[in-house]
Ligand binder design. Structure first.
Ligand code: HEM
Length: 408
């Protein structure tokens, strides 16, 4: 593989479904071209940043590097559509708006806010492991467990009714799986717009309802929030729900399913975890590093600057490659080894700086609850077919994980 070919992994959704190809390419880029210009006819040009130190330095400097107008990589039409979409969520915002809007939900996501949900999360974890047991020894762990459980958690946090689950599941998968043929409603960018419109309709109704009948759920908190003394706008409220419903769902599903896949591919690590459940927290952290469910976010330069000596002009964009940063040889000992006891684990899967993932505590709690319930109850477990990974440019993990198991 030459360096130009290596640079194509960021624009090819199939590359994220092929771990070996992706990691070979990004290892080469980290070594030989860590600030790499990618030019592709379907995409506006960008610089791919693959080293941990550089990703962190850019994410930390929110004055030089802003999220608008291109918070994440998509094909050219999506860049244009994005600037037309009136919905602005946190990831599209910068200071001074960003901290004000982030503040609206920040308390809900603090450890104290999330702890209120821990009983419900443990109950859901038990429900899904029971469900697995009831499936009689074989299932698709992604479809049957991992894709549902985090959505239930998010619905609980937002305060939405469980009967809306199938609709939300489909919509979030369409939004994030739009580059995968199995998941996209239709090929092309109009499908993406239709999905957004469905989201809007659903959440606009929710906002109206929570304004009329406020409760103590996060949806009520958002619908009735004030921004600089004024009630939050409808579009901003909807943007908020969409972000939380989507950001909090597919990411955690990917970490859980990809995490189990990693354990099955490394049976010594499964045995180690089964023998010592106190390793669950470090194991979950390692799963998140290993899978790196969020493949990239972008930043755009507000002034002429340099990264690792490479000049980058004002208005040019950089892609922060979290999966690459998380295998950086300069930061991780044996980065290609899956180690359930890895300490320290300075992975960047949750990003860094002003936009650092709001849902880290929730995601960790979910992962820990599930594996703490699952591992002791399983007597034997193995792959029952070939797993498949989502083709994506943004968020992804397994889309099929066939397993065979006996419960203790
Ligand atoms: C393993 C699971 C997860 C991963 C890997 C993940 C990853 C990320 C990343 C990389 C960012 C961008 C950070 C940056 O730009 O520096 C982010 C932002 C965000 N995440 Fe997560 N996330 C996960 C779970 C969740 C959950 C459960 C929620 C809960 C609702 C959530 C809500 C958010 C929100 C609201 C933002 C935007 C924050 C902002 O722009 O200020 N995430 N996440």
């Amino acid at each position: 593989m030459d360096i130009e070919e290596a640079g194509t992994v960021f624009t090819d959704p199939r590359a994220y479904a092929d771990d070996a190809r992706f990691h070979a390419a990004t290892a080469l880029l980290r070594r030989e071209s860590p600030v790499h210009l990618v030019e592709h006819p379907r995409f506006n040009p960008f610089w791919a940043i693959t080293r941990h130190e550089d990703v962190m330095a850019i994410a930390r400097d929110a004055e030089t590097w802003i999220n608008a107008p291109r918070p994440a990589l998509g094909p050219k039409p999506k860049d244009d559509v994005r600037s037309d979409i009136p919905i602005r969520a946190l990831v599209q915002m910068d200071a001074p708006d960003h901290p004000v809007y982030r503040h609206v939900s920040a308390d809900w996501f603090k450890p104290s806010g999330v702890r209120r949900l821990s009983g419900r999360i443990e109950e859901l974890a038990r429900r899904y492991v029971d469900h697995m047991a009831g499936l009689g020894g074989e299932c698709d762990f992604f479809a049957d467990v991992a894709s549902h459980y985090p959505l239930y958690v998010i619905l609980s946090l937002l305060g939405l009714p469980e009967e809306d689950f199938p609709r939300m599941l489909k919509l979030t998968q369409e939004l994030f799986g739009a580059d995968d043929e199995d998941l996209a409603r239709r090929a092309g960018d109009t499908g993406f717009m239709d999905t957004l419109l469905d989201f809007f309709t659903y959440f606009k109704t929710l906002t109206d309802d929570r304004r009329a009948n406020p409760g103590d759920d996060l949806a009520s908190g958002i619908a009735n929030a004030t921004i600089n003394g004024e009630p939050i706008g409808d579009l901003e409220a909807v943007g908020y729900y969409v972000l939380i419903a989507t950001a909090g769902h597919d990411t955690t599903s990917a970490a859980i399913a990809g995490g189990l896949h990693a354990l099955l591919e490394h049976p010594d690590q499964w045995r180690r975890l089964a023998a010592d459940p106190s390793l669950v927290p470090t194991a979950v952290e390692e799963m998140i590093r290993w899978v790196s469910p969020v493949k990239q976010f972008m930043r755009t330069a507000t002034e002429d600057t340099t990264v690792r000596g490479v000049p980058i002009a004002r208005g040019e964009s950089v892609l922060l490659s979290y999966p690459s940063a998380n295998r950086d040889e300069d930061v991780f000992e044996n980065p290609g080894t899956f180690d359930v006891g890895r300490t320290p684990n300075r992975h960047m899967a949750f990003g860094f700086g002003a936009h650092y993932c709001l849902g880290t505590h929730l995601a960790r709690l979910e992962g820990r609850a599930l594996f703490a319930e699952l591992v002791p109850r399983v007597a034997s477990i193995e792959l029952a077919g070939t797993p498949a990974y989502m083709e994506t440019l943004f968020v992804g993990g397994p889309k099929r994980l066939p397993i065979r198991y006996t419960m203790a």
